[in-house]
Design a protein around this ligand. Structure first.
Ligand code: IPM
Ligand code: MG
Length: 358
């Protein structure tokens, strides 16, 4: 029996998790597994109900589950609030309380979606890379931080990029371990020509790389990495980088595949795991049954694989998604000429129908 904590969150988060739950239930039914699902409130929905982005009750539910599936948090409604109580804080708190230091964002081109990319077919066809983002350190969490008043009436805003040896070692270990199961190449992205924290990052990654002589390692400055991602994305296998650089580069990498609506993610620690689509709450299309649930459904596939070690079941979800796409079904974000446009809930139904047919 597996305990899964479902945190739909805000906006399209509610719609896409509903479809992912249908997939979880189907997997359970056909494989005679028991998934115990428990829902929690998070983000703007929690602010509306309890005045804070995440309650201890929700945190406890997450901590006592085997895996968390999160939709998305945030929306225009809460943008005027102070930083300390914004919906996004819930996400940061979950990451740090559950110690989810390794964020996996696989970027894979689905053959039937090559036309959806803004880049040329030759450049994007066959992209298969993993962005591995450090998730509980760096400038997101470093101190000092804050906004202070200066005697002359100005204000001063401060954040601090900090990395310790241990934090770099454990994410580097993960990068080389994943690379071993893939094409055996790690690109470590930093800004070591300017930043001391990056100088340490590069030194520690180099040290760890010696334990993996079968894996090739390269170091790249972040500005160059941003350029290489659109110039020659297929040259990457595993890209490992800091929290902030990973936030930026994973959005860029996501867009290579045509839609951020397709990309799943896993955030792993030594004891907990959280799965969520890379996209946000998309307030503009929320409640209209227009969202693409595939990123969340693919996040379920990652959950089956990484949290429950159900490799084949993870694969069966992915291949069901492939087949639905190959049949021409599209949500609006990936729609192209000659394809059949369907809604969020219809897309969920199509994937459920396909599971175990392949
Ligand atoms: C992401 C998001 C978050 C981040 C926000 C919503 C706090 O952009 O998961 O990439 O910056 O990490
Ligand atoms: Mg981001």
């Amino acid at each position: 029996m597996y305990n899964i904590c479902i945190l739909p969150g805000d906006g399209i988060g509610k719609e896409v998790t509903r479809e992912a739950v249908k997939v979880i239930n189907k997997i359970a039914a056909v494989n005679h597994l028991v998934f115990k699902l428990q829902e929690g409130v998070v983000g703007g929905s929690s602010i509306d109900e309890f005045g804070i982005p995440i309650t201890d009750e929700t945190l406890d539910k997450a901590k006592h589950s085997d895996a968390v599936l999160l939709g998305a948090v945030g929306g225009t409604k809460w943008e005027h609030l102070d930083y300390k109580v914004r919906p996004e804080r819930a996400l940061l708190k979950l990451r740090s309380e559950l110690k989810l230091y390794a964020n996996l964002r696989p970027v894979k081109m689905f053959p039937s979606l090559v036309a959806a990319s803004t880049l040329k077919k030759e450049v994007v066809e066959g992209i298969d890379m993993l962005v591995l983002r450090e998730l509980t350190g760096g400038i997101y969490f470093g101190s000092p931080k804050g906004i202070e008043k200066l005697p002359d009436g100005q204000e001063r805003g401060v954040n601090t990029e900090v990395y310790t040896t241990h934090e770099i070692e454990r994410i580097a270990e993960k990068a080389f371990t994943f690379a071993r199961r893939r094409r055996k190449k790690v690109t470590s992205v930093d800004k070591a020509n300017v930043l001391e924290s990056s100088e340490l990052w590069r030194r520690v990654v180099t040290k760890i790389s010696k334990r993996y002589p079968d894996v090739a390692v390269e170091h790249m400055y972040v500005d160059n990495a941003a350029m290489q991602l659109i110039r020659n994305p297929k040259s990457f296998d595993v890209m490992v980088t800091s929290n902030l650089f990973g936030d930026i580069l994973s959005d860029e990498a996501a867009m290579l595949t045509g839609s951020i609506g397709m990309l799943p993610s896993a955030s792993l620690g030594d004891h907990h795991a959280l799965y969520e689509p890379v996209h946000g709450s998309a307030p503009d299309i929320a409640g209209k049954n227009l969202a693409n649930p595939l990123a969340t459904i693919l996040s379920v596939a990652m959950m089956l694989r990484y949290s429950f070690n159900l490799m084949e079941l993870g694969e069966s979800v992915e291949s069901a998604v492939q087949r639905v796409l190959a049949k021409g079904y599209r949500t609006s974000d990936i729609m192209s000429e000659g394809m059949k446009q369907i809604s969020c809930s219809e897309m969920g139904d199509k994937v459920v129908e396909e599971i175990n047919k392949g």
